[in-house]
Design a protein around this ligand. Sequence first.
Ligand SMILES: [Fe+2]
Length: 217
Amino acid sequence: MLERTEMQQVFPTPLWIVDLKPEAARAMNTRLMAEIGKLATPRPPVPKGTNWQTDPVIHKLPQFADFVSLVETAARGALRSLRLEKYQMFVTGCWANINPPGGVNSSHTHPNNFLSGVYYVSIPQGADRIEFLDPRPQASVMMPQPEEFNLLNGNSVTIEAKDGRLVLFPGWLVHQVPVNASASERVSIAFNLMFRQFGETAAAPLWKGRIPITLPK
Ligand SMILES: [Fe+2]
């Protein structure tokens, strides 16, 4: 009776994971930890349950130039998969995060940027997660209990955080970092990326009219 049935997944949300080779990760993280340590000395007091961040300008410091080029390389890969590689992106903000034991990052987005991401510098066991929440609020109105959760019936996705891993995602995607349940600090670097000259390059209308107009040269 049935010739064919098909389920399509429409409007998927991309998330990119880039892992450094172990030796490259070790070298990069040793250097980054030393630089973050210098920025974090003296350490300001951190109220319990919160976290510590630098100003979001470390991409402008020469000692983070290698890190910025890693971010830009990852972003170019993401743009390739979106077929947007003709546009140039740049880092608009970048900051180090230290979550002490008990520290969390509550749910948030990164407005005014096309891509956002995080790189993991030092992740203890018990602090090795980041959670992304379903950006479709209607989808959580009814959630019958499934036999098992999967991408089609859940409302959050957990990604493992580990040293040398970079995770990129759309800036609008809500995410949070669960409580650091370890006895050590969780250290990461977060960043935002936007198109260069967005208005001039990427924001033109996506459609053409029925009446063609030839613009004067
Ligand atoms: Fe974030």
